[in-house]
Ligand binder design. Structure first.
Ligand code: SF4
Ligand code: SF4
Length: 135
């Protein structure tokens, strides 16, 4: 299911004040204020645009239909999908690891000490940087 943020024409005409706050808040830099419907794969349905919109009913989340979808429905659907996948994997024996739980018990409290090397720095290192900085 791909959620979409929908700006209905009728609601926009009546309530949108063209403040562009939705576009400024979008972490994906989508021009939300210029679109009737956002159907971009870059939209993560974070709802930042809906949150900052000062006009009630000018911008809402829909699952492809015409009716607005409450944010809790999206959250519940994602939880069901996630738990369903994990439950299925456990039930069918595909969720298995040889790592003992003590390893997790030791590492999880220290999670802040670890970091990932960025792809950029890996490329930089391959190109011959003598002392790449890890971040
Ligand atoms: S839901 Fe998030 S990513 Fe999608 S358009 Fe709104 S602010 Fe951008
Ligand atoms: S934040 Fe709301 S009122 Fe402002 S441009 Fe976007 S949809 Fe219109």
């Amino acid at each position: 299911m791909r959620a979409s943020v929908r700006l209905a024409l009728g609601a926009r005409r009546d309530t949108c004040i063209d403040c562009a706050k939705c576009a400024k808040a979008c972490p994906a830099l989508l021009p939300v204020d210029k679109l009737i419907t956002v159907r971009s794969p870059e939209c993560t349905a974070c709802l930042e645009c809906v949150t900052v919109c000062p006009e009630q009913g000018a911008l809402w989340l829909s699952a492809g239909g015409r009716r607005p979808m409450p944010a809790w429905v999206l959250a519940a659907a994602m939880a069901v999908i996630f738990l369903g996948i994990v439950g299925y994997a456990r039930w069918t024996g595909r969720w298995a690891t040889d790592i003992p739980s003590q390893v997790y018990d030791n590492l999880i409290p220290r999670a802040g000490e670890f970091s990932h090397r960025s792809p950029f720095l890996r490329t930089f290192s391959l190109l011959g940087a003598s002392n790449p900085v890890e971040c």
